[in-house]
Each structure stands twice: as structure tokens, then as C-alpha cells.
Design a protein around this ligand. Structure first.
Ligand code: FAD
Length: 418
């Protein structure tokens, strides 16, 4: 289960100058820092909170090849060749993530157990089958249809599903912590509890970075703050919409409840745009369950209870089970709903993961660092000169519940009360 804060690294004082300041010590920032440090740059990662304590350690731990658009939608909008090329890059992103964890022996409870996507109505099932038939045919992705999904997930709620064979699960806080250690081992300095309050680009091109604990001059800057980007970095805050996601973990469950509901210990979600998602914790004892994305700004008892009711609607056997943990995390959506890296007014950035950053954030963090080093490795669909501004309305957090309720209505049925 996610530890809510990884160890703080806040005892060092700030150097007067470094080659690169990286703002944000999550998966994006630590991956960028690692790449820069092994290239011999002096790197200072500054994080407002504990490095790794953002979305990177609060997520659902599902690793796959996902964008906010399905392969079918991209095929229709951009043609088969472009859709194949985008998903070809997604495959490389995924493989890079798994190879990094395995080859470097990262201790983050990686499991290659596959994923089950359930359909919440017959119409959703047809959409799901259409998408995976296309992915199988054009991308060669291995899957099997689940006309009777109860052998895979013990819920009467699903009308069918697919089992995606090559998908992974991990423990997010261990992964975020391993990425911090890896960057430090390469020579980067990580300073937690040190918010960047702004920066200016001076005439000779260097950045004067102001922080809560003094100023640092840097030849280059990488912004890696994703959903936690705020008015302190206005050039980027205007280009993403932050969205809160809510998660709960149950108390320990009896072994027979786990075995009868999630016998293969895969990851699970449904194919609504605003879905419920879950995995059994790596110790095999609890269900970690998420949903109601965008509806709650903080993990209040009411928010937890509403999500618990959704869980019970899927799994009535959990009615008497208490919760051990409730937490939120911040995702970020870009104007075109794709993640991006690039350079804007001299500042490098990688952000906008739209809920799927476990593989993508380290990849784009690394690519942003390579771009800065003038060693980027060729084309990427995700490279962007400057992020498109996000419409003002979409950035208003107070309106987010209204927008998300609209998506839930459009994607109905929502889970029924048990
Ligand atoms: C509940 C939830 C479930 C998710 N589930 C999945 C999943 O199953 N699979 C998947 O692939 N993705 C998932 N994601 C998305 C994934 O977690 C993120 O895309 C990814 O972690 C983004 O990493 P990051 O380093 O860019 O951002 P973060 O980890 O959020 O790090 C940003 C950092 O920037 C720091 N920061 C912000 N402003 C400043 C400042 N001014 N000065 C200094 N530091 C600053 C913050 O303190 C934070 O540590 C989920 C996200 C959430 C919230």
C-alpha cells in the first residue's frame, strides 16, 4: 500500500549556482535529474513537499500503454499510420519502464500479472471488444475476450471484459522512492521542503530561481510539477488543468475473499472515461480502490464513504469491511489531452500525463533532459514547442466536479448503490 510520504531529504543548504535546477521531485523530475547527472551536469532537484510525495507515490500502480484516447479514436481522427506510430512509441515507453525496473533491480514489487478491463453495459462491451480487436490486429497486442468475466473478477456488475496479457502492477511509493535514490546515486542533489516561488531568465540566458530558502542561479531549468503546478509557475499553470483523484484501501481481507474476487491478482478497471480502478496490495491482503476522479478536493469522510459505496456496489461482500487509508492525488490534463515535453521560453518541461504517468513520466522526464543536453533521440509524438494554453474555464477547480459529473452521466451506468 502506498506510503503517503517518502523520506524527506531536506537537510542540505542551497548552492549558489548549479548547471540545472529541476522543479519537482516526482517520477518526471528524478528521471530528468538522473539523465543529467550521468551526463556530468550538476543537478539540484527542488521539491515543495517531500520528493516523491505527489502523484508519483499516490497512484494506483498500474503500468500499461494508455492515453486518454483509444487506438480506435486516434485511427479515426488521425489515420491508421499516425495512430500506429503513436502507439508504437507507447510500446517503447512501456518497455523502457519495465526494463529500467528489472535491469536496475528497483525494489518496487513489480508484478507482470496483466490487466482486466470490465465493461459496465452491453454497449460498453461492444466498444471494448472493437478497441481490442483493432489493437490486436494493428499493434499485435495480446489479449483475450472475457465473455464471462466472473472467473477473473468476482462482481456481477460487468457485462464482459478483456484480459490484457502484458501489463504490470507495482507499489507506487516504493517506485517513487527508488527513482529518488537512483537520481541521487547518479550525483543529483534532492532538496525536499523547498518550494520554488518563481524564476526569471536573465539577459545572458541563465535562470535566477527563487525559493523559500534563498536563490539559485542555474544555466537551465526543468519544470516537472505536473498536477501540482500552481501560480508560482504561471507560464505552466495556465497550460494544464489539475484534477484530483481519490483512493481508498480496505482493512486486511480474509484470504478467501481475495481468492474469490481477484484470483489472479491482476489490475482492474472499467472502460468508462471516468472509471473505477483497483489492485490487490502487493502483500495480497487489501483492496486498493480508486475513482470519483475530479469530484473531491480532499479526502473527507463523505468522499471516502461515497467511494466505499461504489466499491460495495461492485463487491457486496465488502459491505462490513472498514477502510484503513483514504487519500487524494493530483493529476494534470493538457489542452489536447496528450502528455508533452519540450522547451518554452528557455525552460524545459515535461507534464500533462492525463492519469497515466507511471511509464510516461520517467520517459518524458528523460527526454526533456536529453533535449536540454542537445541529445534528444529523434522524433517523438509528445514533443511540443510550447504547450497550448488551457481555456480559463477548464482550469477552475471549483467547476471540475460539474465537468466530471457530466462525463459520468455521459458514460453511465455509474455504479449502483448496493
Ligand atoms: C490517484 C491517482 C492514481 C493514478 N494511477 C495511475 C496508474 O495506475 N497508472 C499510471 O500510469 N498513472 C497513474 N496516475 C498518474 C501518475 O501518478 C502521474 O502521472 C505521475 O506520478 C506524475 O509524476 P510527476 O513527477 O510528473 O508529478 P508528481 O509526482 O505529482 O510530482 C510533482 C512534484 O512537484 C512538486 N512541486 C509542485 N510545485 C512546486 C514548486 N513550486 N516548487 C517545488 N516543487 C514543486 C510537488 O511537491 C511534487 O512532488 C495516477 C495519479 C493519481 C493522482
Amino acid at each position: 500500500m502506498p506510503r503517503l510520504a517518502v523520506a524527506t531529504r531536506d537537510d542540505a543548504s542551497l548552492p549558489a549556482s548549479v548547471d540545472v535546477v529541476v522543479v519537482g521531485g516526482g517520477l518526471t523530475g528524478t528521471s530528468a535529474a538522473h539523465e543529467l547527472a550521468i551526463a556530468g551536469r550538476s543537478v539540484l532537484v527542488l521539491d515543495a513537499a517531500a520528493a516523491g510525495s505527489g502523484a508519483s507515490s499516490r497512484n494506483a500502480g498500474m503500468v500499461g500503454r494508455y492515453l486518454k484516447y483509444s487506438f480506435g479514436e486516434l485511427m479515426e481522427a488521425r489515420g491508421l499510420d499516425t495512430a500506429k506510430s503513436i502507439f508504437g512509441e507507447m510500446q517503447r515507453v512501456y518497455e523502457e519502464c519495465i526494463a529500467r525496473i528489472r535491469d536496475e533491480g528497483m525494489d518496487c514489487a513489480l508484478r507482470m500479472q496483466g490487466r482486466v478491463v470490465g465493461a459496465v453495459s452491453p454497449a460498453h462491451r461492444e466498444r471494448l471488444y472493437r478497441e481490442w480487436d483493432l489493437r490486436g490486429r494493428h499493434l499485435g497486442e495480446a489479449f483475450r475476450r472475457l465473455d464471462e468475466p466472473r472467473s477473473e473478477i468476482g462482481s456481477r456488475y460487468y457485462h464482459g471484459g478483456v484480459h490484457i496479457i502484458d501489463n504490470a502492477a507495482l507499489q507506487p511509493a516504493l517506485y517513487a522512492d527508488a527513482m529518488c535514490r537512483r537520481a541521487e546515486a547518479a550525483g543529483a542533489t534532492i532538496r525536499s521542503g523547498c518550494a520554488v516561488t518563481g524564476y526569471v531568465r536573465e539577459r545572458h540566458g541563465r535562470f535566477r530561481v527563487t525559493t523559500e530558502h534563498g536563490n539559485v542561479v542555474a544555466r537551465d531549468l526543468i519544470v516537472a510539477t505536473n498536477g501540482l503546478t500552481d501560480a508560482r509557475l504561471p507560464a505552466f499553470a495556465n497550460r494544464i488543468a489539475p484534477i484530483n483523484a481519490l483512493m481508498i484501501a480496505t482493512e486486511e481481507l480474509p484470504g478467501d475473499v481475495i481468492a474469490s474476487h481477484w484470483p489472479q491478482l491482476r489490475t482492474y478497471h472499467d472502460n468508462r472515461r471516468n472509471s473505477n480502478y483497483m489492485q490487490v496490495s502487493p502483500d495480497g491482503r487489501r483492496l486498493v480502490f480508486g475513482g470519483r476522479t475530479g469530484l473531491h478536493r480532499s479526502p473527507t469522510p463523505q468522499a471516502a464513504e461515497a467511494l466505499r459505496e461504489e466499491m460495495i456496489a461492485l463487491f457486496p461482500a465488502l459491505r462490513e469491511v472498514g477502510l484503513s487509508h483514504v487519500w487524494t492525488g493530483r493529476c494534470a490534463v493538457s489542452a489536447d489531452m496528450f502528455p508533452h515535453y519540450g522547451v518554452s521560453d528557455g525552460a524545459h518541461f515535461a507534464l500533462g500525463y492525463c492519469f497515466s504517468g507511471l511509464a510516461m513520466a520517467p520517459y518524458l522526464g528523460r527526454r526533456a533532459a536529453r533535449l536540454l543536453l542537445d541529445r534528444d533521440e529523434g522524433d517523438s509524438f509528445f514533443r511540443h514547442g510550447a504547450l497550448r494554453p488551457m481555456p480559463w474555464l477548464a482550469r477552475q477547480e471549483a467547476l471540475m466536479p460539474v465537468i466530471m459529473r457530466y462525463y459520468r452521466w455521459r458514460d453511465r451506468p455509474a455504479p449502483l448503490a448496493a
